[in-house]
Design a protein around this ligand. Structure first.
Ligand code: GLA
Ligand code: ZN
Length: 713
């Protein structure tokens, strides 16, 4: 079991980092190009580079033969230009010689077929040979570069992901199960409810990972396999980190995450890293509004901003930035990768419109990133990423729109140096929990048409805060709640032990919780709670959910707020997708269903519990409802906004603070200029120009203004 805690040591950067993935190993035969890189990096105002990410063969061309000369030169050359290095371990892709000699390093698919050599990330996290090779090369890197003046941070591997089903992994899975269930097979059978369809295991050896031609339908089994994959990846990652910590004590370690990547529970990786970093590739300007994750959660309901595509993406990315900031208790994170122009793997490679590069980049900083970094510095000449955006294009010089955008951003980041290391004061948390997501997505019913939409729903609940410039964290269900005023936990279907107690304690002490339909259905083994849903949440929510009605797309009910309800809401809101049929058991009914055989039954309730309150949304009601509902709570709870003014649609403000100064980022995600009226009593300075600002703040299309003021909290 990995530990779970807010880190004891908090690593802080003293300047904002600007740079990207740099692969000199692809250009060793072109010293002229390497010289050009060094000439242009300062022109792009870059101060960091991630080096060596897929350079294993360049570092170890034959087993046990190491060639560090090129990396020595790179490190020295970069240091001479005050460019620091995020030095990678090369485990993200392995040399051909290794796979040829030791086939066990290659991954086996769920169908039990071993992959051929190819692509990347194609390795077994269990293989002793692979682990050995990784330990060796990492130890060499630590020994050689641990004290190099250019070294800033270890960039461990690259985007850990995937899973392996080889015999070694099967054995490791069984061992993991033995540990989890105290070596008691009977406990596994109970946890997985294997008496269903006569699946009872009688020896440990009978247990296999889920397989398309084998077991797929035992939910507890699927859940434990996913947990194992995370734990095995953590174990491998720690194995990678060990020689780095030993050989280069004090050098911080990160690995780059992939946002909402479903395959790994990032909360389990986070405690082992010093710094969180992630790779962000929003589909700016691409596709219709309905394509965005938030809008897809609307399921046909009226979108809040039907014509504001970029605002939808802005909110989506904001949610993920906040998740990454929350992973280590609010510590600044790094934007490790983003594209300076386009990707080449999204459906359409739409160019960033003028202003978007700056907006997209500064948005990360606004939400707690201490860097803006790119994939990649220079385009590869061949293979699958040769058309992926880069700071330096195939043309080879700096006279391009993209290069100019990057260089300007580097200047902006320099002006924002005081922001580095600053924190984000937060009073609201949205619970988005990986295990809950796994269980919810695996559940058969109450609808199987893809409309459960856990992530999209969590984002919909966060939208009202983003639009008001109220910062929010994104946490899993095990985090400390006491520092929040408001905790929103949509569709908390699975509850790990102790979670309901902690939510109760939070509300008792004065906290406010919002829960929804599809909560408290199963325990940590994906076994249904007996005695009535929402299981252990029944007391704090003050209700019993007897049945749930799933409505086909296009069918709606309505939720009606009666006169005099304490929230002061009125009228009707459409309800769709899920309508939970609940009985109030102490909770007060704020709104009731308007139609069908359950007309008049409670649809929105609040339960006074101790000093706090617990709200329940029995139905999915779309964004207009969420916006009105959370406006009332934000007001009641006096939630602090980054700027205490009303913001136009598609404009948000985010605040970072060093305790003395507030750094407020006002961002316009609209295709039209906007203006924001600053509070009359505030005294602000524009951080880009150093000039005082008052009255109206004008924002160009996709414009960002960063203003500094006295800390407000
Ligand atoms: C990921 C990888 C990079 C590169 C980019 C392309 O984030 O980490 O190596 O492939 O995608 O967008
Ligand atoms: Zn394996």
């Amino acid at each position: 079991m990995t530990m779970r805690s807010v880190p004891a040591t908090v690593y802080r950067f003293t300047r904002l980092l600007h740079g990207g993935d740099y692969n000199p190993d692809q250009w060793l035969h072109r010293p002229d190009i390497l010289r050009e890189d060094l000439r242009m990096m300062p022109l792009a105002n870059c101060n960091v580079m991630s080096v060596g990410i897929f350079a294993w063969t360049a570092l170890e061309p034959e087993e046990g033969v190491f060639t560090f000369d090129w990396l020595d030169r790179t490190m020295d050359d970069l240091a001479a230009r005050d460019i620091q290095v995020l030095l990678a371990t090369p485990s993200g892709a392995r040399p051909t010689w290794m796979a040829a000699k030791y086939p066990e390093v290659l991954r086996v698919g769920p169908n039990r077929v071993r992959n051929l050599y190819g692509v990347r990330h194609n390795h077994c996290y269990t293989s002793p040979v692979y682990r050995d090779k990784v330990r060796l090369i990492n130890a060499r890197l630590a020994e050689r570069y641990g004290k190099h003046p250019a070294l800033l941070l270890w960039h461990v591997s690259n985007e850990y992901g995937g899973e392996c089903h080889c015999p070694l992994c099967q054995e490791a899975f069984r061992l993991w199960l033995r540990r989890r269930y105290g070596d008691d097979l009977q406990r596994v059978n109970e946890a997985w409810n294997t008496s269903f369809w006569s699946h009872t295991y009688t020896t440990w050896e009978q247990i296999e990972s889920p397989a398309p031609h084998g077991e797929t339908l035992v939910h507890g089994h699927n859940l434990d396999w996913k947990r194992f994959v995370t734990d095995q990846t953590v174990d491998f990652m720690c194995h990678e980190i060990e020689p780095l910590r030993q050989g280069a004590p004090g050098v911080p370690v990160t690995t780059n995450f992939m946002g909402d990547y479903p395959g790994l529970n990032y909360w389990k990786l986070a405690p082992h890293l010093d710094v969180i970093s992630w790779d962000s590739y929003p589909n700016w300007h691409m596709g219709p509004v309905g394509y965005t994750p938030l809008n897809s959660a609307l399921d046909g309901a009226q979108p809040l901003w039907p014509d504001r595509l970029e605002a939808h993406w802005g909110l989506f990315v904001a949610f993920l930035h906040n998740l990454n900031r929350s992973l280590r208790g609010g510590q600044p994170f790094l934007l490790m990768e983003s594209t300076p122009s386009v990707t080449n793997w999204q459906p359409v490679s739409t160019l960033k419109r003028p202003g978007m590069h700056r907006l997209s980049s500064l948005q990360a900083v606004a939400h707690g990133s201490d860097s803006v970094m790119y994939f990649q510095w220079r385009k590869s000449r061949g293979a699958s990423e040769k058309f992926h955006g880069a700071v330096v294009d195939h043309v080879g010089h700096e006279h391009t729109r993209v290069f100019r955008d990057v260089a300007e951003l580097g200047r902006d980041l320099r002006r924002l140096t005081p922001v580095a290391g600053s924190a984000t004061p937060v009073e609201v948390a949205v619970v988005f929990d990986w295990e809950n997501r796994w269980a919810l997505e695996d559940a058969k019913g109450p609808r199987n048409d893809g409309e459960k939409r856990y992530l999209g729903t969590c984002i919909s609940h966060a939208a009202p805060f983003w639009t008001r410039g109220i910062p929010f964290d994104v946490i899993d269900m095990d985090q400390d709640l006491s520092r929040y005023k408001l905790v929103i936990a949509p569709m908390l279907y699975l509850l790990r032990p102790g979670v309901a107690d902690r939510l109760e304690a939070f509300v008792k002490a004065g906290g406010v919780v919002v829960a929804t339909y599809l909560s408290g259905w199963v325990d940590e083994n994906d076994l249904c709670f007996l005695g009535g849903f929402p299981g252990p949440l029944r007391r704090v929510l003050g209700l019993w959910s007897e049945e749930i009605d799933a409505l086909a797309i296009g069918k709606t009910n309505a939720v009606r707020f009666g006169p005099g309800n304490p929230m002061g809401l009125s009228g009707e809101y459409p309800a769709h997708i899920f309508c939970d049929l609940i009985h109030a058991e102490g909770a007060e009914t704020l709104a009731a269903y308007a139609k069908d055989f359950y007309a008049g039954r409670p649809a929105v309730t609040v339960n006074a519990f101790g000093k706090g309150r617990a709200y329940y949304h029995a139905a999915r009601m779309g964004e207009r409802f969420l916006d009105d509902f959370y406006a009332v709570l934000a007001n009641d709870l006096k939630l602090v906004r980054a700027l205490p003014v009303d913001l136009p649609a598609g404009v948000t403000a985010q605040r970072r603070s060093d305790g003395e100064r507030d750094f407020i980022f006002v961002m316009n995600f609209n295709e039209q200029p906007q203006r924001v009226d600053l509070p009359p009593d505030g005294a602000f300075t524009d951080m880009m120009t150093g000039e005082a600002v008052s009255g109206a703040l004008t924002l160009e299309t996709f414009g960002v203004r960063v203003i500094q003021g006295k800390a407000s909290q």
